[in-house]
Ligand binder design. Structure first.
Ligand code: NZQ
Ligand code: ZN
Length: 391
C-alpha cells in the first residue's frame, strides 16, 4: 500500500426530514448569507425548495437564489453565480440537487474568492480557497456530496474538465433517501452506474497488496448489485434507496481509494461523450466501461478475474484466467443493460464519424500530451479503438 493522507471533514446528516436542518447547519458552518443553487426544477416541483427556504428563514439566514443548473453543468451559469454572490455579499453556497448542481456550486464557491478566471481550476490549478459549500442531495450518483471534485463543461468548445481541492469538499451534506424517490427509473439507473464506475475506477490499480480497499470496493459493488434491481422495481423502497445513497458517498469520498493508484480512463473517455452529446454521465459510462475493460484486460488479467469471481460469482478458470476475466466484464455489461442502461454508441446518440474529434479533445485538449493515463496509458489510437468498440 502507498503512503497517503486522508482528510474528509464533511458533516453528514442522513435520514428522513434532515433537510429541515438546513438553516441551522448553514449557520453552524459559518454562513451569514447564502446562495441557494438548484437545477431545472425538480426541487421546485417536489416542494423541497420551499422546505429549505423555510428552514433558512427559521434560522434567520438571508439568501438569494439561482436555479437553472443543467445536467453536465455549464461554465456560463458559474460566471453568473460568481457575479451574483459578489454583488449580494454571499458567504455560503447551498446546493440543492444532484451532482450537477453541487459541482456548479463548488465552481462558484471557488470563483468568488479568486481574482482570475475560475476556469483556471479546470485547466489544472489546485483549488486552495473557496466559500464554504453545503449540499442537500437529491440523487445518489456523483458522490460530489463528499468529494473534493467538481466537473464543468466549458461552453466555449463544449469540453468537460474536472477541478479539485479540499477547499471545495462540502462542509455538510444532507442525505435524505426519501428525496430520491421522485427520480425517474432512468436517472436512478444512471446513478447506480456512476457509483459502480467510481468503484471500478479505484479497483483498477497497479498498486499491490491493497486488500483492505479491494474488499471495501467489493462489498460496495455487491451492495449495488443487490439493491439496484430492487429500487428499479420499486422506486419507493426507502431502505434500498438508503443503502444506495450511502454506498454512493463511500464510493467517491476516496475512503476506498487511498493508498493505491487509480484508473479514471473510463471517466475521461466518457466525459467527452456527455460534453458533446449531452447524454447522462451514467449512461455514457454504461457504454464506456465494458469497452475500456475489454481493451485493457490483458494489462492485468488476474485483477479482472478476481473481481469476476469475488463480485460477479464467476467460476475461476485457472488454466485460462482470461476466460474468467471476460465473463466478469460480460456480467457487468448485462447487469447495466438489465437496469435500463444503453449498450452502444447509437443508443447514446453518439456518431461514428465524430470519433476523430472525440479523440482529439480527449487526448490533446487543455494541454494533454496526446494520451490519457490511468491503469494503462492510452494514446490516440487506443482511444479511437475503444470508441469503436462501443459501436
Ligand atoms: O435539474 P433537475 O430538475 O433537478 O433534474 C435533475 C436532472 O435532470 C434530475 N433529478 C435530480 N434529482 C431528482 C431529479 N429528478 C427527480 N427527482 C429527484 N430527486 O436528475 C437529472 C440529473 O441530475 P444531475 O445532477 O445531472 O445528476 P448526477 O448527480 O448524476 O450528476 C452528474 C454530473 O456529475 C458529474 C458528472 O460528470 C455530471 O456532470 N460528476 C461529478 C463528480 C464529482 N464532483 O465528484 C464525479 C462524477 O464522476 C461525475 O463526473
Ligand atoms: Zn462519475
Amino acid at each position: 500500500m502507498n503512503n497517503f493522507s486522508f482528510y474528509s471533514p464533511t458533516y453528514f446528516a442522513f435520514g428522513r426530514d434532515q433537510e429541515l436542518e438546513a438553516g441551522a447547519l448553514v449557520k453552524r458552518f459559518g454562513g451569514s448569507k447564502a446562495l441557494i443553487h438548484y437545477g431545472g426544477g425538480s426541487v421546485v416541483r417536489s416542494g423541497l425548495l420551499d422546505r429549505v427556504k423555510a428552514s433558512l428563514d427559521g434560522a434567520g439566514v438571508p439568501y438569494v437564489e439561482l436555479g437553472g443548473v443543467r445536467p453536465n453543468p455549464r461554465s456560463g451559469l458559474v460566471y453568473q453565480g460568481i457575479d451574483l454572490c459578489r454583488r449580494e455579499g454571499v458567504d455560503f453556497i447551498l446546493a440543492v440537487g444532484g451532482g450537477s448542481t453541487i459541482d456548479s456550486s463548488k465552481a462558484i464557491a471557488a470563483g468568488v474568492v479568486y481574482e482570475g478566471d475560475f476556469w483556471d481550476f479546470y485547466a489544472g490549478k489546485y483549488i486552495e480557497k473557496a466559500l464554504p459549500v453545503g449540499t442537500i442531495l437529491t440523487i445518489a450518483a456523483s458522490g460530489s456530496e463528499g468529494s473534493p471534485d467538481s466537473v464543468i463543461t466549458n461552453e466555449n468548445g463544449m469540453f468537460k474538465r474536472g477541478a479539485t481541492g479540499d477547499a471545495i469538499r462540502p462542509r455538510f451534506s444532507i442525505l435524505d433517501p426519501a428525496l430520491t424517490q421522485t427520480l425517474p427509473p432512468y436517472q436512478t439507473a444512471c446513478g447506480i452506474t456512476d457509483i459502480m464506475a467510481h468503484l471500478y475506477e479505484r479497483y483498477l490499480t497497479n498498486t499491490p497488496e491493497v486488500e483492505v480497499t479491494d474488499r471495501m470496493i467489493e462489498a460496495l459493488l455487491l451492495t449495488m448489485i443487490h439493491e439496484g434491481p430492487r429500487v428499479i422495481e420499486d422506486p419507493n423502497n426507502y431502505d434500498a434507496r438508503a443503502n444506495i445513497m450511502w454506498a454512493g458517498m463511500m464510493a467517491h469520498n476516496n475512503s476506498c481509494g487511498v493508498g493505491r493508484s487509480q484508473d479514471w480512463n473510463s471517466h475521461n473517455i466518457e466525459h467527452e461523450l456527455s460534453a458533446l452529446y449531452d447524454c447522462a454521465h451514467g449512461a455514457g459510462l454504461a457504454v464506456t466501461m465494458p469497452a475500456v475493460f475489454t481493451y485493457v484486460m490483458q494489462h492485468d488479467v488476474m485483477r479482472f478475474a478476481q473481481i469476476a469471481v469475488r463480485v460477479w460469482g464467476c467460476q475461476m478458470d485457472f488454466a485460462h484466467p482470461e476466460v474468467t476475466a471476460k465473463a466478469g466484464i460480460e456480467a457487468l455489461r448485462r447487469f447495466l443493460i438489465s437496469i435500463g442502461m444503453p449498450k452502444n454508441f447509437a443508443e447514446l446518440g453518439a456518431k461514428e464519424e465524430d470519433i476523430p474529434k472525440l479523440v482529439d479533445v480527449l487526448c490533446n485538449g487543455d494541454g494533454r500530451p496526446g494520451s490519457i493515463s490511468g491503469f494503462v496509458t492510452l494514446n490516440e489510437e487506443d482511444c479511437a479503438n475503444i470508441y469503436r468498440l462501443m459501436l
